[in-house]
Design a protein around this ligand. Structure first.
Ligand SMILES: [Fe+2]
Length: 421
């Protein structure tokens, strides 16, 4: 029986999300098909990672292994990392440079567009064995994906009917990503975080502005992000992506202390012996000092002060996912600026504070809810009902989570009757 036949949303505005959706193995299987192989553009990587012909990287889209590389034609190609012969992983290295790709199992060989070009002993030996003469290599390449680049950010899709990438992103996100990629970038390093929770809890975490200024006491204490600052959310017209933003220096410590005290929230307990790495070097004319830009279903583009990174959500199973971080700066950064960006990124990553807290939050929710079949979350910070417009002028909201569920439901074929869009 399909999910659509046996699933009902408690409310049409997606303000109650049944825990079943995060824990059911069959639902996970359907997600890999209908979401990750459905009408979505999936974040693949950065052009800066595959600069030269032959440069390749391996990754995952959903739980599908994928290779992307730059071909001799200068274009980036992506294909499923699974041999067309008997299904083995072709490329096992995370990155490299090569003229072609050869599967280790039976040495079938593919060019940089994923076309099969060599089969050992194709004609057999001494006239015996091998493939039949009518075997057409053209029918046995690696499965190709469509690839588009938006200002150096690569997206891929399995769909042949998804809208153009720029339309999929929508104007707010297109503008923001162009801002982030306004000059040539330089990859500074990678971090990986294995989180034992469902991948959708993390998508909610990215769209939940409310937690950002409560869970992350470090952010509030050092005025990186707090409820009293100027900020809010920008959405795409379909409400599936979210951009949380804030501007430091738009509130005072007294303002913040008063507001947090009135809300009876612990704050200001932390101190640092050396706070030199906290500094914000203004580098964008809009003065935005923190922006968490999520793109449905697998990406986040982060600017926390001068820490710039992509975060790639790679679901492993219904119970866990990998968060793959690519830290970057700009090609014209001074050595001192690069050091500053790396220090700030360490503060935010899995061995620092902010992402360690997000990972823990996802895991305590996942563990506490895995037996819940009849109960649901409450998603109504910032109000209920339809999402009006694409800009919300408050940090005290989790409205973008409801937009995530609305588009997810459309792809999964489980939209609520009269559901918001
Ligand atoms: Fe967070």
């Amino acid at each position: 029986m399909s999910l659509a036949e046996k699933f009902e949303w408690p409310r049409p505005d997606y303000s109650r999300v049944p825990y079943r959706l995060y824990h059911d193995k069959d639902i996970f299987t359907q997600e890999m098909d209908k979401v990750f192989r459905g009408d979505c553009w999936l974040f693949l990587g950065l052009e800066a990672e595959v600069k030269n012909p032959g440069d390749f990287r391996t990754t995952y889209l959903g739980d599908t292994p994928v290779i992307y590389n730059r071909g001799p034609d200068g274009k980036v190609h992506a294909f499923v990392n699974r041999c067309a012969h008997r299904g083995a992983t072709v490329r096992r290295e995370p990155f490299g440079n090569a003229k072609d790709h050869t599967c280790i199992y039976h040495r079938w060989n593919y060019d940089l567009e994923g076309n099969l070009q060599g089969v050992p002993f194709q004609r057999g030996v001494h006239g015996k064995g091998g493939l039949s003469p009518d075997f057409d290599k053209g029918d046995h390449g690696l499965r190709k994906l469509r690839v588009e680049s938006y200002h150096g950010i690569l997206f891929a899709t399995f769909s042949d009917k998804v809208q153009r990438l720029v339309d999929y992103l929508g104007p707010n996100h297109a503008h923001h990503l162009k801002r982030l990629m306004h000059k040539p970038i330089k990859v500074l390093g990678y971090m990986r975080q294995h989180i034992y929770g469902n991948w959708k809890f993390y998508n909610e975490n990215l769209r939940d502005l409310y937690h950002g200024v409560l869970l992350h006491e470090f952010q509030t204490t050092f005025a990186i992000a707090r409820m009293t600052q100027q900020g809010g959310s920008k959405l795409d017209p379909r409400h599936r992506h979210n951009l949380s933003w804030g501007i430091e220096g738009t509130d005072s410590d007294e303002d913040a202390a008063k507001a947090y005290k009135e809300a009876r929230v612990r704050d200001g307990q932390l101190t640092l012996k050396d706070d030199s790495f906290l500094g914000f070097r203004q580098e964008f004319p809009d003065r935005i000092s923190i922006s968490i830009c999520s793109v449905f279903p697998n990406a986040c583009f982060q600017q926390i002060r001068n820490s710039l990174a992509t975060r790639h959500i790679r679901p492993k199973s219904v119970d866990d996912f990998e968060l793959y971080w690519t830290i970057f700066g700009y090609e014209d950064d001074t050595p001192e600026m690069i050091r500053h960006r790396i220090l700030q990124s360490n503060m935010i990553g899995p061995a620092g504070l902010i992402s360690l807290e997000d990972g823990e939050a996802v895991e305590i929710v996942h563990r506490a809810t895995h037996r819940e079949t009849d109960t649901a979350t409450v998603v109504e910070i910032g109000g209920r009902g339809p999402i009006v417009g694409t800009e919300i002028d408050s940090l005290c909201i989790d409205i973008p989570c409801r937009g995530f569920w609305s588009y997810y439901s459309e792809l999964m074929g489980i939209e609520a009757d009269g559901g918001i869009r």
